[in-house]
Design a protein around this ligand. Structure first.
Ligand code: TRP
Ligand code: SF4
Length: 329
């Protein structure tokens, strides 16, 4: 039996941080052995909000591929590609846009949210409104069965299913299967200030941060404010350092909790321990990333090769799609 198809993508908007890693990438890496996986860099999607500043697009694209590979995505197992190198995504997007009611897009919660929160920036564009249609094209192009995404993307996936259903109904052909979300329980890591890790809060630890930067960020983390002296009993549940230990020090987290509650370990010692544990995880990824970026032409070849492979499947789907729509001669 052939493997089920998985597809997911990420916009090249800057360096992948540990929140992205544990929220998505770690899970993608695990899926590679059991599914026919497609992971791509959604550069056209980056334009929906960043159309006016494309200076960093190239750098971010190459660096996202380095993040992918350093995290363990493997071009020998998965199809890793760049959206804009598979231009059929734009053709499918156009055809799907013909059949997508405007009301579906206008009531999309992510659209309403972003419109309300973008402030000064003008994102009242055709392209931004069409974001979920482009995403549906990405997913349906490869007839994905499963799409590993975070909760925030569930409305988009629901719309992809509705668009698939509508296409199959209108053209009386079962061209597209309905993609299901793959919501795996992922580890949640707060930012260095205890809030959600997010670039806009400036509280991230990136795969691209140097080991020195990571150590510094650990030292600056907020601990239990009730601990003034090192033998004061602590409350690990309010401490950011402890939230990190839960992920990086699985073998010792019970001991750390007990020592903290009893006031037997000081916060500085506790942070030093975390620095060590995090370095063991982060430094190898960082070094692999650096090495990949030193040889940019090889990275570009990986992007091009993967995109060529994606194209083969995209061409097959588009032939079916055109036939179903009866467009062309
Ligand atoms: N919208 C996704 C995000 O912001 C990126 C994305 C684009 C995507 N196309 C996709 C994710 C298709 C899954 C499937 O993270
Ligand atoms: Fe946090 Fe560790 Fe200090 Fe306890 S000892 S408050 S877990 S840093």
């Amino acid at each position: 039996m052939s493997k089920k198809v998985v597809l997911s993508g990420s916009r090249p908007t800057g360096n992948i941080h540990l929140g992205n890693y544990f929220g998505a990438l770690e899970n993608w890496v695990r899926l590679q052995d059991d599914y026919d996986c497609h992971f791509f860099i959604a550069d056209w999607h980056a334009l929906t909000t960043g159309y006016d500043d494309t200076k960093s697009l190239y750098k971010n694209t190459v660096s996202l591929m380095a993040d992918f590979l350093a995290s363990g995505l493997d071009p020998a197992k998965s199809t890793l590609f760049l959206q804009s190198l598979v231009p059929s995504h734009a053709e499918l997007y156009l055809l799907l846009s013909m059949i997508t009611p405007l009301s579906w897009l206008e009531r999309c919660p992510t659209y309403k949210d972003m419109m309300a929160n973008m402030g000064e920036k003008d994102i009242a564009t055709h392209g931004f409104l069409g974001y979920p249609v482009l995403q549906a094209a990405d997913i349906l192009m490869y007839k994905a069965d499963f799409v590993p995404v975070g909760e925030d993307q569930v409305p988009h996936l629901e719309m992809s299913r509705e668009i698939a259903r509508r296409f199959n109904f209108l053209y009386e052909k079962d061209v597209f299967p309905e993609p299901q979300p793959l919501l795996t329980k992922s580890k949640v890591l707060p930012g260095t200030d205890g809030r959600k890790m997010s670039k806009s809060y400036g509280n991230t630890i990136a795969l691209a941060d140097t080991p020195e930067e990571v150590s510094k960020k650990v030292m600056s983390m907020i601990t239990d404010p009730a601990r003034i002296r090192k033998d004061d009993p602590g409350h690990p549940e309010v401490c950011t350092v402890f939230a990190f230990h839960k992920i990086f020090s699985e073998d010792e987290v019970g001991d750390i909790e007990e020592q903290c509650r009893k006031g037997e370990i000081g916060c500085v010692a506790c942070k030093r321990k975390l620095q060590e544990k995090m370095a063991r995880f982060h430094t190898p990824i960082f070094e692999k990333r650096q090495k990949l970026l030193e040889n940019e032409s090889e990275l570009l070849d990986i992007i091009r090769d993967g995109s060529e492979r994606a194209k083969v499947k995209a061409d097959q789907t588009m032939a079916e799609v055109r036939k179903a729509v009866r467009i062309g001669i």
